[in-house]
Design a protein around this ligand. Structure first.
Ligand code: CMX
Length: 435
């Protein structure tokens, strides 16, 4: 089969033309006015970036290269005997816009296994981290350090031509994705005392290997969960904090390791990826306070106490989405199939029936519906991965797929340095004083 890099090389000239044509036809057209509130309001709704892997519709949720999550579940290749998509296939789709064959996906699994070893000094950095250092900080440290062997950084020092940037960016992106299981596995075992890290098995897929490194390789349902998890967390268009950070830092021609480490630091925030950890902490606190089989009334009261304490309900709300996140729904369906009687799953369902009305009544959140993070921790907990401080690391492994795919295209299409304009409040007042 044709490799991903060969296919990419075929696609780049046509896409350069495509972009040229789009700019010639539409380059001077306006998206409408920018209003001052958007400068103060976190740039909500401001059309500002090109991101090809996925587009988010406020009502419908994410589509990867035009395909919904259920369509991806149906169309992407699966492991023998498995029913969830292989994230290898999703990466191929994000990069090329095409559904790969089973063989092409198997080649990717093999390629990533072959690239998976991390340098000894990175192992040492991780082994020296105190177990009290948050797993996301350790993750970001290790990914930054991978820059030591960056093909892009080296090629740039050697004077590579702009036209060739995408080649070493592709190599670094593949290395980045391939090395994440060894980093994540090592952090998990160091922090939570789970013994020595086993080796990557070149005959297994990416998710099966990651599960093995975490100590869950024998559990087929967990491996399937990981395949689904890595697929649905990969990409959520370009404006979210992690994706945008990766693109922004990459635009300075920082290599994919530096760009992705920066993205991870954004994912580590509680309003973004860390929310999956926060959800579990919140659920556990709730159970501690009102018991495991609490009534709707008691749960409602707990939710209100969170809001009255000036805190957010983690796992609910979204900057763009205005309906239940299809990533939440995909996880709920997985739970209905594999763990319908799990107590925590039932609590998540009970909360789903109560929180939206309460958030509407509270009257602030523009979207009262659950996002991806409301569900993921419960699934991981069910299979025994109970260390919630680790959850965002898994999100980070997956999000690399989306950021890497865009970094490759940004370098292939010659995306420029990002440099939006900022203003001071004094300048705003002066500009608009007579208007
Ligand atoms: N609980 C309580 N209040 C909420 C809320 C929630 N779940 N969601 C939004 N609000 C509040 C906001 O804090 C804001 O309050 P202030 O006006 O006092 O600042 C108000 O409602 C309006 O916010 P918004 O326009 O609806 O939402 P934003 O675009 O500002 O923020 C998000 C989006 C996700 C940060 C927010 O909904 C939130 O804090 N949710 C909880 C944390 C969470 O689940 N994050 C994960 C998102 C998915 C991901 O990236 O992984």
């Amino acid at each position: 089969p044709v490799t991903l890099k060969e296919r990419l090389a075929e696609l780049i000239p046509a896409e350069l033309e495509n972009v040229k044509q789009a700019r010639a036809l539409h380059g001077k057209k306006s998206f409408g006015p920018v209003i001052v509130d958007q400068l103060y309001g976190g740039m909500r709704g401001l059309p500002a970036l090109i991101w090809d892997g996925s587009v988010l519709d406020a009502e419908e949720g994410i589509r990867f290269r035009g395909k919904t999550i259920p369509e991806c579940q149906e169309l992407l290749p699966k492991a023998p005997g498995g029913s969830e998509p292989l994230p290898e296939g999703l990466f191929w789709l994000l990069v090329t816009g095409e559904i790969p064959t089973q063989e092409q996906v198997a080649e990717l699994s093999k390629d990533w296994a072959a690239r998976s070893a991390i340098p000894e000094f990175v192992e040492e950095i991780l082994d020296r981290c105190p177990p009290t250092l948050h797993p996301m900080s350790q993750f970001s440290l290790a990914v930054t350090a991978l820059n030591h062997n960056s093909a892009f950084a080296k090629a740039y020092q050697d004077g590579i031509s702009k036209k060739e940037y995408w080649g070493p960016t592709f190599e670094d992106s593949m290395d980045l994705i391939a090395k994440l299981p060894n980093i994540a596995g090592r952090i998990y075992r160091n922090v939570f005392g789970q013994g020595k890290l086993p080796a990557i098995d070149a005959s297994k897929d990416y998710s099966a290997n990651l599960a093995t490194l975490l100590g869950f390789g024998d559990n087929d349902a967990f491996v399937e969960l990981l395949r689904l998890y890595l697929t649905i967390h990969s990409d959520h268009e370009g404006g979210n904090v992690s994706a945008h950070t990766g693109k922004l830092v990459g635009s300075a021609l920082s290599d994919p390791f530096l760009a992705y480490a920066a993205a991870l630091n954004g994912l580590a925030g509680p309003l973004h990826g860390l929310a999956n950890q926060e959800v579990l902490i919140w659920l556990r606190k709730m159970q501690g306070k009102i018991g495991e089989d609490a009534s709707d009334e008691a749960v409602k009261e707990y939710i209100w106490s969170t809001l009255k304490g000036g805190q957010v309900v983690p796992g609910y709300g979204h900057a763009v989405l205005r309906k239940t996140d299809p990533r939440y729904t995909a996880q709920r369906e997985f739970a209905l199939k594999h763990l319908p009687d799990d107590k925590m799953f039932k609590l998540v369902g009970q909360i789903y029936n109560l929180v939206p009305d309460i958030l509407l009544e509270a009257g602030k959140a523009k979207n009262p519906w659950p996002n991806v993070d409301a569900h993921s921790g419960v699934l991981l907990t069910h299979y025994g991965l109970t260390q919630m401080q680790f959850y965002t690391v898994l999100f980070g492994v997956s999000r690399a797929f989306g950021v890497a795919a865009q970094l490759i295209w940004d370098r292939a299409l010659g995306a420029p340095l990002e440099r939006p304009k900022s203003y001071s409040t004094a300048a705003i007042k002066k500009i608009f004083q007579d208007k």
